[in-house]
Design a protein around this ligand. Structure first.
Ligand SMILES: [Mn+2]
Length: 194
């Protein structure tokens, strides 16, 4: 069975779509109106090993918050649908991603328990006009619909671009590990996820 799905979300604030194929080659097609944010989604997809297309637009003239959060919601929903029952997945994954002076750690559990611990205090400021502190809203939205616990910690870092990119690479690498099929049963002592 091919683990793939598509999801669309249209509200008065944003219009977004995501298509994912979990067992891909990290091919990303990203068309979003905030170039730096698109660069981050591209990094996440590439290191996750999924093939994914994420497109859309939104009311970024109000603020980037709606688009960034909704992008997490739509991509997470597509991933969740593609995973089906989640039988056989490794479920847990973790990664350390350095980028020059920056180092970010990410640990994930795709066991249908949405939760985020986002310890990224160093990631505050602007790149171009984009407030990078809003990237946490992507992580929250994604965790909610993907059914994932995500812990993300900035261990060190100076340059905002480096810290953010290390974070999205770490999320991709941890996700790749967690979604790997290693068996055939539901990976829970309860026999059911969630
Ligand atoms: Mn970069």
């Amino acid at each position: 069975m091919t683990r793939q799905a598509a999801h669309e979300r249209n509200t008065r604030e944003t219009q977004l779509s995501a298509e994912v194929r979990i067992d891909g080659d990290g091919r990303a097609t990203i068309d979003l109106p905030i170039p730096f944010f698109a660069h981050m989604i591209d990094a996440f997809v590439r290191y996750s090993g999924m093939d994914a297309t994420v497109r859309g637009t939104g009311d970024i003239e109000v603020d980037s918050h709606h688009l960034v959060e909704d992008c997490g919601l739509v991509l997470g929903a597509a991933v969740s649908e593609a995973l089906g029952t989640r039988a056989g997945i490794r479920r847990f994954g973790d990664a350390l991603a350095p980028l020059d002076e920056s180092l970010v750690r990410c640990a994930v559990d795709y066991g249908r328990r949405p939760h985020v611990v986002y310890s990224m205090d160093a990631l505050r400021g602007r790149i171009n006009d984009f407030d990078v502190s809003v990237l946490g809203e992507f992580v929250k939205g994604y965790a909610q619909t993907a059914g994932a616990t995500i812990h993300m910690d900035c261990l060190r870092g100076e340059n905002l671009h480096h810290i953010a990119e290390a974070a999205f690479k770490a999320l991709g690498l941890a996700t790749r590990e967690a979604l790997t099929v290693v068996g055939s049963t539901i990976p829970s002592t309860k026999g059911v996820l969630g």
